[in-house]
Design a protein around this ligand. Structure first.
Ligand code: ARG
Length: 718
């Protein structure tokens, strides 16, 4: 990370330390170094109340939700709060045109109403442990190109020791690019039921227009419950399971917050790249980010056209659409803010300082020049790599077709092993069940045509697979566009993968020739094999150099500033970030408040735009000022607020906790002006957008009428 910024931060800590802390996603096990500062900022709990492995502590109420979000336990019956956008897939999966809970909402009035969700998980951290010495010993002397494989091997060995002798789940993670390694032991629950959700006109209010932006008026929450067996242990779904009795659940404060109040966010941030070099930023800004946006644009437009035709198609594609749209806008914003905040220039300045410091240090002097040099080659192939993921595999039929690879391998084997074939078939059946649930033929045919044409136009010809020339031989076509339309039409007419019934028939009696001649399979295999043979080796070689040198870079930065407290990039492990409620000014002459209200929801209402519809019942409550105990200032309901906590994707659904350890909100987004935040933390602009817990409770109580849930929780009024 850049030296200028580090310098500024040090300065900032020394001078206005008492006002804010902001940057940093800290491992709770190592919080001791930050504890005094947290107390100064307003934390009233002891360090042991935050994290303790022998006694129950706050960490026991923090739950990793489905491997991609965070949730928190709010009752002694395992009741979980998370974001609406984290429950979205499950909510959409339970929705049909006749029982449409995505649009109408759902409020379980008894345990029996709660809806079961296959393939869902909720994991609670039992403990974490520094295993650096052990991993380093295993990696000593290993060659750079063997390193990844050896690392995975020792990770697996350590994990297996836990899983073999307990019912726990375990994962080892690398920190600071292999400068430290920690083991995480979890209790992983898999019987997770949907308890309540507002209609998406509340849970996703503002839609993609407001996404990644403040001021925000979204009730981004949903409610689930962990079920366990009679011994309170994880168990697969069973009607005999009972609500989980947690070690700890969060009390909820409805007292409200003022600007400057202490807040912390406890959760599972997914990925940041704060130590990225200027070379990586240049590649992202110039090439890979814009390409990702253009390619996603094609998918989104094609899906939207079909979604607008009927409710059933809309429900089929909603979840997929939301996922792709979320990061489509993310990459637009990240590129814009990397430029606006001159992050490339910042990084260059700090790299210059590092080089000066490293000049006479053989271990570090060649670090940055080596990375720069590696980018020279990688720059030629990086776009192709993006196209592999976002273009070729962006076509869902192509991605699905590629999953037949293992079956092909098993059928091709000299000594055919029916166990291998059966295994591949079973896997394909399971993949197919998921695939056809969100597959729409009309949009995907268009997508295949446009995306393959994009590949033809934008990827250097000397990197094309030989099969591209076959496609181009298409006679009777007026122009390139028509060539690819005809190509896609042929795939959709002749592939057995278009209809589930044909796939079922094929899988009942799999045939190698039929698979190899299938046009969808043939297409994706040609492009994929070309990638693996001609492009991936360059990407891998780059990765090896970049990883090894970045590891040294971070080590060097730490040596260069021995007094600075470093935090590791996010990697889906439990972190705590602390700071306070803070307003901001997005640009000259404009000031944003730190909170929004229900009045703002009514101001944004637009009955003609589905993103801004307001349910009649909510308007009625608003007009009658029927706010119960949840009203804030001016007899209004506070909807959302912002803090300067340091979060990223994966933190979605994380509890925002006040100085007394009480839940005050749920983190659900970042703001536009700091979209470069995963690479560069800018304390002037970086904010966390949170839904106010009073809005959540008001919805559950007054809108949903689920007083059964309210009475389960421990609500602190004064
Ligand atoms: N940007 C949010 C995040 O990634 C997701 C918000 C979901 N809402 C939406 N309109 N897509 O955490």
């Amino acid at each position: 990370m850049k030296k200028t910024l580090l310098f500024l931060l040090t300065f900032h800590f020394l001078t206005i330390n008492l006002v804010k802390a902001d940057e940093g996603m800290w491992l709770p096990m190592l919080l001791k170094n930050n504890y005094a500062e947290m107390q100064r900022l307003g934390l009233k709990l002891t360090a042991e109340q935050l994290y303790d492995i022998n006694n129950s502590s706050l960490k026991d109420a923090i739950v990793w939700f489905n491997g991609g979000c965070t949730s928190e336990i709010v009752s002694d019956k395992g009741l979980l709060l998370t974001n609406h956008h984290c429950g979205y897939g499950a909510i959409a999966a339970h929705s049909t045109a006749s029982d449409n809970i995505l649009d109408n909402g759902f409020w379980a009035k008894s345990l029996a109403d709660e809806k079961d969700n296959p393939n869902m998980s909720a994991s609670i951290l039992v403990r974490m442990e520094d295993v650096s010495d052990r991993v380093n010993k295993a990696l000593a002397g290993v060659e750079a190109k063997e390193l990844e494989a050896k690392k995975m091997e020792i990770f697996k060995t350590i994990q297996k020791e836990i899983t073999d002798k307990s019912s726990y789940d375990a994962t080892v993670r690398s920190f600071f690019r292999d400068n430290a390694f920690y083991l995480f032991v979890f209790e992983k629950f898999t019987d997770i039921r949907l308890v309540a959700t507002p209609p998406q006109s509340i849970g996703k209010f503002g839609g993609d227009t407001d996404n990644w932006m403040w001021p925000r008026h979204t009730g981004d929450f949903s409610v689930f419950r962990i079920y366990a067996n009679k011994d309170n242990k994880p168990a697969p779904y069973s009607k005999d399971n009972i609500p989980y009795h947690p070690k700890k659940f969060l009390n909820i404060s409805i007292k409200g917050l003022e600007e400057g109040d202490f807040t912390m966010v406890y959760g599972y941030p997914g990925r940041t790249n704060r130590y990225e070099t200027s070379f990586g930023i240049q590649l992202a800004v110039d090439k890979t980010n814009p390409a990702t946006v253009d390619l996603r644009d094609i998918r989104l437009k094609a899906w939207k056209e079909e979604m607008d035709k009927s409710d059933s198609i809309r429900l089929l594609l909603s979840s997929k659409y939301a996922q792709i749209a979320n990061y489509w806008k993310y990459f637009i914003g990240q590129t814009e803010q990397l430029k606006r905040l001159k992050v490339f220039e910042e990084k260059q300045t700090s790299e210059k300082k590092f080089n000066e410091w490293a000049k006479n240090k053989p271990e570090y002097s060649s670090v940055l020049p080596t990375i720069e040099n590696a980018y020279v080659d990688y720059n030629k192939y990086a776009l192709h790599r993006t196209y592999m993921n976002e273009d070729i595999l962006g076509s869902s039929i192509a991605a699905y077709a590629l999953s037949f690879q293992d079956l092909e391998k098993a059928l091709k084997a000299e000594k055919q092993d029916s166990a291998e074939i059966n295994k591949a078939v079973r896997k394909l059946k399971a993949d197919g069940d998921a695939f056809y649930k969100s597959f729409n033929v009309i949009s995907d045919q268009k997508i295949l045509a446009s995306l393959s044409e994009m590949f033809y136009k934008n990827i250097p010809k000397d990197q094309h697979p030989a099969y591209m020339a076959e496609i181009m031989k298409q006679k009777k076509a007026k122009n390139t566009k028509e060539i690819f339309e005809k190509f896609a039409a042929n795939v959709f007419k002749n592939s057995f993968m278009i209809h589930k019934t044909d796939v079922d028939k094929f899988l009942a009696k799999p045939d190698l020739k039929q698979l190899q001649n299938d046009p969808a399979y043939h297409f994706v295999k040609s492009f994929y094999d070309n990638y693996v043979t001609n492009i991936k080796p360059h990407a891998d070689a780059f990765g090896i150099i970049n990883n090894a040198q970045s590891s040294k870079y971070i080590k060097g930065l730490m040596e260069m500033q021995p007094d600075k407290k470093f935090y590791a990039d996010a990697n889906s492990t439990l972190r705590l970030t602390y700071g306070s409620v803070q307003a901001y000014s997005p640009k000259d002459a404009v000031n944003y408040k730190y909170y929004t209200t229900l009045t703002g929801v009514m101001e944004k209402e637009d009955p003609k735009n589905p993103e801004f519809n307001v349910p009649a019942k909510l308007k009625e409550l608003y007009n009658k000022k029927d706010f119960g105990q949840y009203a804030g200032k001016n007899n209004d309901i506070n909807v959302a607020f912002i803090t300067n906590n340091d979060i990223t994707g994966g933190n979605s659904g994380s509890p925002v906790i006040n100085g007394n350890g009480e839940l005050v909100g749920l983190a659900f987004d970042g703001n536009w002006e700091a979209m470069s935040g995963d690479i560069y933390y800018d304390s002037k602009y970086k904010r966390t957008i949170c839904v106010d817990v009073r809005y959540v409770l008001f919805m559950i109580d007054k809108f949903g009428g689920a007083t059964n849930l309210i009475s389960e929780m421990n609500i602190i009024k004064n």
